[in-house]
Every structure is written in C-alpha cells, then in structure tokens.
Design a protein around this ligand. Structure first.
Ligand code: ADP
Ligand code: MG
Length: 697
C-alpha cells in the first residue's frame, strides 16, 4: 500500500503528465484553455493529441473513446482504435487534434426529448479540456460534452459547464468590488455516495432487482436496523476486499476516494471522496458508480445504487457538499478574520440563502426521480420541503443584523461593526442535524436531498445558476453604490428580511414543520416527481436560464420530456415486473404450499378420520384468500397498465402513474408480503430479505 502516492492518478493525463509530455509553449496554451477557456489552434491540438496518444499507449491503450453523459444518467462511450493503415499494408497508431476535439454520435439513440424531431439526428461530442482524460480497460477516455447538430445540449455536462461559467462571471463582479486579486472562481463539490452490496447469486434470482434495481416484494426479517449496530460497524472481510479493490482502481483514475464506512442499514455502505472542481467531481462520481458496479461483480457481489432497494430499511442518498473557491485558494463559503472579509462572507452566504428561497422548485426537481420519491419525506432523508440549516450561532448573527435595520441612527455606526461578531464564528461548526435538506457546515453547503443514483450534475447546475442570479442582482446594486460598505449592509439586511423564511434549524422530520413551512411560510412541498418537474418551465425559471445562458427554452422543454418519460418508464417496468413475478413465481409457490398442506391433512385423515386438521384447513383458507386477492389485483394492475399506456400526453401519463398505478402496486405488494410471511420458506421462489440483507436462511 506504500506505493499509493506513486500509482495515484497514474492512469490520468493530468497536469503533471501534460507538463512532462508537452513542449513548454503547447503546455502553456493548453493551460490557458483549461483555466480561462481560450480556444486552441490546430497545431496545439495536434501536439496535445499526439502526446496524449503516446502516453495512453504506454498504459496499454489501443482504443480511444469520447466519453459523455447523455440524459440517461449513466455515461456513454463509443470506442475507436488508434490504428491507421499505411501504404505498405501495415498499420500505425494515429490520433489527430481533430479526433480529440470532436466526435460524431447518433443522437437518436439517446433520450433527446423531441430535439431529434426538429433537428438532425446527428449529435456531436466535444472535448472538455477542463476534465482530464484517462485510461481504463485499454482505452483512452476523453471527457466530452454532447450536443445536437443545432448546438442544443443533449447531455448533463454542457449545462453544468455553462452554469460554472455563469457563477464565475457574477462572482468575479462581486470579488472585484472587494478588491480581490483572484481572476476566476470554481464551485467545488465532494459527493458522498451511499450504496448497498448484495450477493450476486441471490441477486440473479430476483427479477425485481434485475429489472427494477429494487425489491418490489419482501417482508422484513425479524431484525431490521433498529439495533443501530451497522452504522460505522466493523466492515465484513468480503466487503473490505471489495473496498480495497475499488479504492485502488479509483486512485489510479485520480478519484480522491477518502472515507468509507458502513451505513445505517445492514449491507449499506458509503464512500466519500475529497472535494474537487464540480465538473471533475461530476465525472468522478459517474466513474465511482460505474467502478462500484464493475468491481462488486468481481467479488461475487452486486452493488445496488437504487434509492430504495428494500422497503422498511433506510434507502441510499448522496450528499453534495458545495462551495465556491477562487484560483487564489480562498473559500468564499468560509468566514474570515477581518470585518472586510466577513462582509464578503456574509454577502455570499446571503446569495445562497436567497437562491435557495427563490429557486426552491429547481433544487427540488433537480433530485426528483421515481426512486428518490421513496425517500424524501419518509423520515429517513430530508423532507420534500426545501429549507436551509445555518446553526444557532450564524442564525443569531443574521438576526442581529436584521433587527438593527429599524435603527436608522445606528446604521452609520453599525457600518464598521456590521459583522463584528463574526470572527468568533467557529469554523468547525459541523452540524449533526441530518434532517436538513441544505445545511451550512462551516465552510460549505451540504445538499442532502440527492438520490444515490442521481447524477450530481443537475443539482449543481441549479445551485450554480441560482446563486449566480443572486450575485448578479447584488453586483448590479453594488457596482452603482457610492458608499460600498453602506450599500452592502443595506443589501444584507434586506436579503435576510426577505428570505429568512427559508432558514430552519429544527427537526425536518417533524410533521409540525411541514405544516409551518407550507401554511405559515409559504414554502413549496413538492412530494413527488410529477408534481415537481413542471416547475422546470415556470416563467421565472426560463428567465433565469436565459439570463445566464444555461438552457434555452427548447432545451428546458426537451429535458422536461425526458425526465417525465424516465419516470413513467420506471413505473411501467416496475408494474410489469410485479405482474410477472406474482403470476409466474409467487402464486405458484403459495399454491404449491397449499398442496403440501392438503397432502399432509389427507395423510393425517388416512391414519384416522378423527384426526384434527383444523390448522391445515385454516391455513389453506388463508393462503387461498391471498391467492385470490393477488390474482385479482394483478389482473386489475395489468388492465390499468395497458389502459394508461395509451395516454399520449407525458404530463398526464406521469400523474396517472402516480395517482393510479403506484397505489395499486402498493396494495398488491401488501398482500404478497403477507402471503410470504405465511408460506414455508423452502417454497419461496426467490431469496428473501433476511437472506439478502444478512445472508440468513
Ligand atoms: P461528513 O458529512 O460525514 O461530516 P465531512 O464534513 O468530512 O463529512 O466531508 C464530507 C464531504 O465534504 C467530503 O467529500 C469532503 O471532501 C467535502 N468537503 C469538505 N470541504 C469542502 C468544501 N470546502 N467544499 C466542498 N466540499 C467539501
Ligand atoms: Mg454528509
């Protein structure tokens, strides 16, 4: 293990590889592209491509691929080999700047939400030089953005890059006013990833896990997570081997995997990397999820990334730790030591508070998926109502600033003081309030509503853009101000006054809070995906995206279609899987059990007609009742599934699935689970919860 520093990032064409491999001038111009977005000319591109190719070949690469993140939420790749024929009938390895920069891909094979109908089916992948290329499985992976022929974003990276540009632009306006010497800022993210591991052999026997990624049936074993003995518990040897292997692979790819531990639920674990630039963090999180699945298989395990693999057991989420940092190394989410620094810190804090309040809907819908609907508001993850946790001390500071607003006379003296109390602010004020959707944790905001499967791209697009908008408004005011500090004070006060309704430090699981939030504070409570998604094209949000060049209206509408369609497809697959499992597996098993009992009763009667068979009789009646009920509910579910499929409008379809199909599926499951609890274990057709979670039969 001592050679970790040596192999860390060994498969990444990172800054040190570039420096070593590229002529000085070429390196400098590539660096300018990475840092400042400057265009590269053809000669530079050819030189970079050539160096990259040689470097990759030394690491066993024979192919290259433009690696991109279509709206499926997983990554896509198309491999081409480096070989090029020569006149003498041999081949040489070649890779040009043109091939590095641009690739062509058939956009029609990926979700495009109607963009294909209006534009050509061709799609383009374009090199993203801000995320490093890497070698994996004998292939050079080039991170790329994916666009339609008309330039519309078809992926999750393009708008993320645009949002990073937006927040950079607005933040720099503010920093300039504060006299900062920074020339650019980036948002940074550390994404904590939760997941389950189950035995591969058992997984293969469960159609629901295979088709839907989660169990659609299953009653809880006698022991759940109530003993709290799994969280941070000793890691089982098989899991430890998996984790060691995973870390090694991730480290080679430059992923800063740092912490790993058992989570609350049995068989649940977490991996946290060290934070990095959002764009890279997003690529790394995709890679992490991919590697987790790949490596689990090598160990005879399957990694479940679904948000709710088991009912009655905590599901999996992802915590998105977010901050803004300058190229001079300052974290803008960190309180400083001087009043000047603290005025700046407070202004950025206000920008986030305002952004969260103004764009609650966007943050909520950025994590809305069929899978995550099972968690949010289910007392295991934050509620669907968005609020900000600041902790008592910081809230107190904001309160004191706000209250001084009434004292006109005091305002002038307040100027110098303004933020006088801040230096005492403890930076390690880590919060243990895990019920807050968005918590300030000393030097970053932790957005905790993400589902484990979510790409972190969308939540960060929304955070970046919404905060950019607050900052844009502040910059417009402050750039015109005659007295900068007076204007800042006034601004901070007005923001606190206007947006304090979004601040909540109490228990987010409390029903009372949901009542206060919605009835008294007027906050949104968008409980499900079909309720949340339409906010994407609300007028104010279209305006936001347009102002900051993050999405065009066409892109927004296509994304809505894709996301809603995804929701509908997921529910449809789940319904069909349930029907299949009940008819082909559960009903036959429960019937077989009745047969066994009937035989036992007959055998008893054969010994003596006076034998008491009341237990057998009652049980058969009960099981027969379950069977009839299940059969009837399955027929109805099938009928409805077919009927609803004919609905053409995607919004209507989503709502019908939510209001009609999901309740029917829940009812069917309830009966099947009860039948399971009464059926002999040896007849149950697939591994049960006890086996999956504890390996017990
Ligand atoms: P926990 O949430 O378990 O208390 P930590 O606070 O140590 O854990 O960190 C959680 C995640 O936050 C890690 O991925 C870490 O790298 C990341 N993180 C720490 N500081 C920052 C920051 N300034 N910006 C973004 N992410 C950060
Ligand atoms: Mg956390």
């Amino acid at each position: 293990m001592n050679n970790i520093p040596k192999y860390f990032g060994s498969m990444v064409f990172d800054d040190s590889a570039m420096k070593e491999r590229l002529p000085e001038q070429i390196y400098a111009s590539l660096r300018r592209t990475i840092d400042e977005g400057k265009r590269l000319d053809k000669n530079v591109l050819d030189a970079v491509a050539d160096a990259m190719k040689d470097w990759a070949i030394e690491r066993g690469a024979t192919h290259y691929t433009h690696w991109f993140q279509p709206m499926t939420g997983i990554t896509a790749e198309k491999h081409d080999s480096f070989i090029s024929p020569t006149a003498s009938g041999k081949v040489i390895f070649e890779f040009s700047g043109k091939e590095l920069v641009k690739g062509e891909s058939d956009a029609s094979s990926f979700p495009n939400g109607g963009l294909r109908a209006t534009f050509e089916a061709r799609g383009y992948t374009a090199w993203d030089p801000t995320s490093y290329a890497f070698v994996k499985s004998n292939t050079l992976y080039i991170p790329t953005a994916f666009c339609s022929f008309g330039g519309e974003a078809l992926d999750k990276k393009t708008p993320l890059l645009r949002s990073m540009e937006a927040i950079n632009k607005q933040t720099m306006r503010i920093l300039k006013l504060f006299g900062s010497d920074a020339t650019c800022v980036r948002t940074c993210v550390g994404a904590e990833q939760e997941y389950f591991l189950v035995d591969k052999e058992m997984y293969d026997k469960r159609k629901d896990l295979v088709y839907a990624g989660r169990t659609l049936f299953g009653c809880l074993p006698p022991k759940g997570q109530e003993m709290d003995d799994h969280y941070f518990g000793a890691i089982k040897p098989k899991v430890a081997e998996f984790m060691a292997d995973l870390n090694q692979e991730l480290w080679k790819l430059g992923v800063l995997s740092k912490t790993e531990h058992n989570e609350v639920a049995p068989a649940q674990h977490e991996l946290a990397p060290i934070f990095t630039t959002t764009n890279i963090a997003t690529d790394h999180n995709q890679l992490t999820m991919e590697m987790m699945q790949q490596i689990a298989k090598k160990h005879g395990l399957v990694c479940l990334l679904h948000e709710k693999p088991f009912e009655g057991v905590n599901g999996s989420g992802k915590h998105n730790n977010w901050s803004i940092s300058t190229n001079t190394g300052a974290n803008l989410m960190s309180a400083g030591d001087t009043p000047h620094e603290n005025a700046q810190f407070l202004l950025f804090l206000c920008a986030v508070i305002q952004a969260v309040d103004d764009y609650q809907d966007l943050l909520r819908l950025s994590v809305a998926t069929a899978g995550n609907d099972h968690r949010l508001g289910a007392n295991e993850a934050p509620p669907a109502v968005i609020s900000v946790f600041l902790g008592d001390e910081l809230t107190e500071i904001l309160n004191s600033i706000e209250k001084d607003y009434d004292y006109e006379a005091a305002e002038q003296t307040q100027l110098k003081l303004g933020v006088h109390v801040l230096p005492r602010f403890p930076k390690d004020n880590t919060d243990r309030n895990r019920t807050s959707p968005l918590a300030f944790t000393g030097n970053k905001f932790e957005f905790r509503m993400l589902g484990s499967q979510n790409s972190i791209s969308c939540p960060n697009i929304m955070l970046n853009t919404a905060v950019a908008e607050s900052l844009r408004q502040y910059a417009d005011i402050l750039e015109k101000a005659e007295d900068f500090h007076a204007a800042i004070n006034k601004l901070i006060k007005s923001v606190i006054k206007k947006h304090k309704r979004i601040i909540f430090n109490g228990n987010g699981y409390d029903d009372e809070w949901i009542k206060i939030a919605t009835e008294e504070r007027g906050l949104l409570n968008l409980r499900t995906t079909p309720e949340a998604l339409p906010y994407l094209y609300a007028e104010k949000n279209l305006k936001l995206f347009k102002t900051h060049n993050v999405f065009t209206e066409t892109e927004v509408r296509s994304r809505y279609e894709i996301l809603m369609e995804n929701y509908c497809k997921t529910i449809n697959i789940e319904a069909l899987t349930m029907i299949d499992m009940v008819r082909k597996e559960i009903l036959p098993a429960v019937c077989a059990y009745q047969g066994e009992i009937a035989q036992t009763a007959a055998a008893k009667k054969a010994i003596s007609p006076a034998m008491d068979c009341s237990y057998e009789e009652k049980l058969i009646c009960r099981l027969a009742g379950f069977c009839n009920d299940m059969a009837e509910k399955t027929d109805l579910l099938e009928k409805e599934t077919k009927r609803l499929k004919a609905i053409g409008d995607i919004s209507q379809l989503g709502n019908a699935y939510k209001d009609i199909l999901i309740p029917m599926m829940e009812e069917l499951r309830a009966v099947a689970d009860e039948a399971e609890s009464c059926t002999a274990e040896h007849l149950w057709p697939f591994p049960n919860y006890g086996e999956l979670l504890y390996g017990v039969r």
